[in-house]
Design a protein around this ligand. Structure first.
Ligand code: SF4
Ligand code: SF4
Length: 299
């Protein structure tokens, strides 16, 4: 089973939930935690005990590291007739025809292969371009895989897709998604069995939750909501979930102990151990909801 932890905006506690859920499952069975927030991965900050720490250059001796490459076109000027077909075919303005021949903008290229396909003289071949890295750690029942987009790269989806491909087939998989509802979030959520949308009980939180709900509904992924830093005085998210018939999976109370732990890289379950039982119950509920969606359609 694959569970995505997503949110319509950053700062809701999505990573905190993903890490603590993975650690609670790892006490009894295999689990993979994927950090797909590749522009700013930070789940590792809460896993010192399991994976060790990186040095100031980002090197962690416990990691298996792999590069992520994408294909970009390469033009053989001897074969090129400067017909301009490649430039007109490209939907992403990644090739411009100049007096000296086609000029390629690799950062804009989506690796669709269209230009090579339509070049009448086969002047275009494809070359690898590194866009990011993957770090993989194994500690007892926990496999942790994080993707890191190279600085300056615009497209994170190739790195996210690579992280998801590296996961083992056995055990629960927890995907810490990029925040928001744009392409990176969609790439992380699209093929999971269930999505947990983490929000906070504020009008901003509710606004971005509604966007995330629209997105997962569009993707036909069953989902439920966790309210982080829950406050009994602020009922807007509860009322919204009730009105939309969205399962409210868990409310994590606003707690100074959790905030202090967070600032030191302590997972939420260490600061609030009483949540372990609530996570157990939530996983059972998610199994039932995912099964129901699978058999009878989505929310
Ligand atoms: S389509 Fe091929 S031949 Fe035409 S400009 Fe592009 S590379 Fe050159
Ligand atoms: S591979 Fe696709 S996106 Fe990249 S330059 Fe060619 S046509 Fe454009």
């Amino acid at each position: 089973m694959r569970i995505a932890i997503a949110s319509g905006k950053g700062g809701t506690g999505k990573t905190t939930v993903a890490v603590s859920l993975a650690l609670s499952v790892a006490t009894r069975e295999k689990v993979s935690l994927l950090d797909c927030d590749v522009e700013e991965p930070n789940a590792a900050l809460f896993l010192h005990e399991q994976i060790g720490s990186a040095d100031k250059h980002g090197f962690n001796p416990n990691a298996d590291t792999a590069q992520v490459f994408v294909k970009v076109p390469k033009v053989d000027n001897d074969k090129c007739t400067k017909c301009g077909r490649c430039s007109s075919v490209c939907e992403f303005n990644a090739i411009a025809l100049t007096k000296t021949g086609p000029m390629i903008f690799p950062e804009l290229c989506h690796s669709c292969g269209g230009c090579a396909l339509f070049c009448p003289t086969q002047a275009i071949t494809e070359a690898d371009r590194a866009v990011g890295k993957i770090h993989r750690f194994v500690h007892e029942n926990l496999t942790f895989i994080e993707g890191l987009l190279n600085v300056g790269e615009a497209m994170s989806t190739p790195v996210i897709c690579k992280v998801k491909k590296m996961v083992a087939t056995d055990g629960l998989v927890i995907v810490d998604c990029p925040p928001g509802t744009a392409c990176p979030m969609v790439a992380a959520v699209r093929d999971v069995d269930f999505a947990i949308l983490v929000t906070e009980p504020t009008p901003f939180g509710l606004h971005d939750l509604t966007l995330a709900v629209e997105t997962v509904r569009e993707l036909s992924v069953p989902f439920g909501v966790i309210v982080n830093r829950a406050d009994d005085a602020e009922l807007c998210v509860r009322e919204y979930c009730q009105k939309e018939k969205i399962p409210l999976l868990l409310e994590i109370p606003d707690s100074r102990a959790v905030a202090e732990g967070y600032s030191r890289g302590v997972p939420i379950l260490a600061s609030m151990p009483e949540l372990a039982g609530a996570y157990e119950k939530m996983l059972v509920q998610i199994g039932v909801l995912a099964q129901a969606a699978c058999c009878g359609g989505n929310q």
